[in-house]
Design a protein around this ligand. Structure first.
Ligand SMILES: C[S@@+](CC[C@H](N)C(=O)[O-])C[C@H]1O[C@@H](n2cnc3c(N)ncnc32)[C@H](O)[C@@H]1O
Length: 211
């Protein structure tokens, strides 16, 4: 691993609750794809796109990609045939890179820890890949991410395993199921970087109308 990629991965991994990662991602945006793919062997975008493709036959469904970053998830969705993908991210630097890939219908700069500027029930599916955790999107913000989804809409999350436990995600995901907000279809552990030891979780859940 190069010194640059080592250092920036360490910075982003040591954020705490209440921190913002925006400046780090603005700095990282120009070589994020090279570091993640060539050096770390990052496979989450393909896993997420495959998970949606396994469940959805219609390529034109509207998908919102939360924390879209440089657009690796949009690119993987596009490769699976999905044509209508919007992205939202807090880092303008990352969004500028995403725009160059020309795989999104629209891109929005916004903070997912506040009320999101998206209409209720306007998407058939959502992805949030690598964007949950300390200094990113916390467990308490997950219910708001469901609001722009239609009933029955699929939500795919991939996140770091350490934050899954320490950040209270497991309890929130289970509580949302018990409260009838979503039905969990898959919850699986896997290593999401082929060149590093990075245990993570894949969640696929279908939104339900609250009881
Ligand atoms: C590890 S990157 C993942 C990017 C992309 N999903 C991928 O898989 O390559 C995390 C992304 O979350 C974004 N992010 C962090 N906190 C955020 C927030 N509060 N609101 C919106 N985006 C946020 C960062 O700017 C960054 O682009």
């Amino acid at each position: 691993m190069g010194n640059d990629s080592d250092e920036i991965l360490s910075r982003v991994s040591h954020l705490e609750d209440g921190d913002s990662s925006r400046d780090i991602y603005d700095d990282w945006s120009g070589n994020y794809d090279d570091h993640l793919i060539d050096e770390f062997g990052y496979i989450s975008p393909e896993i997420a796109a495959q998970a949606l493709s396994d469940e959805i036959d219609a390529p034109q469904v509207a998908i919102i990609d939360y924390g879209c970053g440089t657009g690796l998830v949009g690119q993987a969705l596009n490769q699976q045939g999905f044509t209508t993908v919007d992205g939202i991210d807090i880092s303008q630097g990352m969004l500028d890179e995403a725009r160059k890939k020309q795989v999104y219908r629209s891109l929005l700069c916004g903070d997912l820890t506040t009320t999101i500027a998206l209409d209720d029930a306007s998407y058939d599916a959502a992805t949030c890949i690598g964007s949950m955790g300390a200094g990113h999107v916390g467990a308490q913000h997950v219910p708001e991410l469901l609001r722009p989804l239609k009933a029955g809409g699929l939500f795919v999350v991939i996140m770091n395993g350490a934050y899954y436990e320490s950040g209270g995600f497991e309890q929130v995901f289970r509580r949302m199921e018990n409260d009838g907000l979503w039905r969990i279809q898959r919850l699986e552990q896997f290593n999401y970087m082929t060149e590093l030891e990075r245990p993570g979780w894949l969640l696929v859940a279908a939104k339900q109308l609250a009881r």
